[in-house]
Design a protein around this ligand. Sequence first.
Ligand code: IVH
Length: 718
Amino acid sequence: MTKAQAQERIDVLSVDLERHNQLYYQQAEPEISDAEYDRLFRELEELEQKFPELTSANSPTRRVGGGILEGFDQRAHEVPMLSIDDVFSEAELRQFSQRIAKASSDPVVVTIEPKIDGVAVALHYRKGELDVAVTRGDGATGDVVTENIRTIKGLPLRLGTDAPEWVEIRGEVYMSDADFAQLNQRRDEEGKTPFKNPRNATAGALKLLDTREVARRPLSFIAHGLGGSDGFAPESLQAFREALRAWGLQTNDPVWIAETEEEVISAVAELEVKRHGLGYATDGAVVKVNDTALQSEMGATSRAPRWAAAFKYPAEQKETVLKAITVQVGRTGKLTPVAELEPVFVSGTTVSRATLHNQDEIDRKDVRIGDTVIIEKAGEIIPAVVRVVGEKRPENAVPYNLYEAVGGCCPSCGTPIEKEEGFVAWRCVNFACPAKLASRIRQFASRKALDIDGLGNIVAEKLVERELVKDLLDLYDLSEETLTNLNLGNEEQVRMLGSKNAAKIVSSLADAREKPLSRWLYAIGLPQVGESAAKELARLHRDFRDLASSEALQRLSTFTQKDKKEDDPLLAELNIASEVGPTVAESVSSFFAGELGEAFLKRMETLAIDPQSDNFAPKESTEATSDRPLAGKSIVVTGTLSASRSEIKSQLESLGAKVSGSISKKTDFLLAGEGGGSKRDKAETLQVPILTEDDLAAMVAAEVKEAADLPQQGELFS
Ligand code: IVH
């Protein structure tokens, strides 16, 4: 095939693939099968591999992401991305309608459309092709996120032949509720923290530097405004919508056209009901003057245009009956009272439970079993009891007392519950309480602990629920077969973990056998023993047996406020860092002194797991870093560097530096890679020296000349 022939075929394939992409994602009317699409896609990929010089930036193959970005450039918006004035009541909405009616002697037509709860971006199309995509940023300047935006399925990368020389389309990147749920489920299965809401997930995705990962995040785009253009000037918002649709962009629907104040009010009311069925998050109605000439006439303040307003919907409230209060034991042992409600439909879903938080909250609202209550969804997501309808209280309703309701004992394990001074919540303090087990499994499997791939929240919960794991180390008794058949769904809807995931878990567990003591110590989740305490404990001890019989810890655990480590000869010699104090020491010693600790050690022995310290150095404190090249230096890191942030941080720390998150006058240097705007500015203002990695390497090399036996220098500064 000649180059010219290849070019011709690439053009045909690109146009076809884009069209099918549109048909599939925008119109939901695919003309070809997925397999056929894949075949065309692969053909294009192969041609582009053979003739890399023919690959265009907007080729359909670029949608799947490719490279890792070094950082985001900043770009000023030609026309600032303004905000919209909010109105919160019908009265304010009427005032707005009356105000715009005065702007013209003719009746003023407005459109009413949803306010999408997403992330605003501006898309610049040049010669009909997506050229640059910029986030709103502070309204004046945003991040260039073009590569990430290209991965949005269904977003046209080409507008077609009748597109203007330049047009800037503004809109919201968002994630649909269904896509969001699926993404979170996948994250959970991969052992990653789920996102709080679709907006956060979207914002997070746009900030990723790995475009291949962005392509795995199910983003969508709805257009709602015109930023600027060369010779494209639709007369009205309606005409603008038609152009958007012709170009294959998703418009913001449903939309209402209104002329009178009453029509505006009723459209806003209709949208309030309809928005819950849209399948993505909205938080208001945007009312805009339809006529673009009139828009220009009315102009804008420095903050927002005068021709638009956003009506913010209040959370929908419903009345229902509180049938019972149950008590849940949370991951940390906290007891939470939960309202069991007569099911009601609120803000798009049926609600039958709502948290009552704690006893104080119940007292404050005087919530009693049998009460009729008003509920709403806080932040549109979490159901909450707002107040009691006093008139409807049954005569026999009595105040609720959580302590009495559970008979003073944890509903999960029966251990007497406790309340710490100054805290409102009751807790189960039994370390081995089964209610805490799922979250302990999660910690055990987390990346910073033993990094068990595939063991996420759901898997952990199901293992506990099905009583397959009653103690952390039971994980080592699970066969691949048991795991494969683990039902992650329920009885009606069975969803098995599957052999691939099961194999992953089993092999990660096998790998974990060789992980160092510090990780194991963190993994087993002894109270008070966090990551850094675990590291310091591992510096002082060789293995679990050593820890169990540690004289240092036994001594330290008896310390009171007055006692000083320096006054005890043994402890003074060990130079124990502040991460390990009497509380940590007490937690560790009492664990190993008790039955649980003894059983743990025996079980580890049976399993032939014997983690060793990989940083054993009892005579050299991690705090005693004065002889290291960066000892005592306070460093802040910004921008994109040659390694991940945490790697850089630990390398700097191993050289004796303190790495902190924000710049102050006390900061010695800012280590800056590419990008890193605001910290750079602040460093300049405070006259804090800014160093590149090379600068720092040179500096360290100079310091290191005499000190030959330093701890691991790392690749970065070698
Ligand atoms: S029009 C100057 N329409 O809300 C008016 N904005 O609070 C430009 N937003 O950053 C915005 N849905 O990104 C418009 N239907 C909609 C919208 C919408 C969401 C966002 C927009 C803006 C923010 C302002």
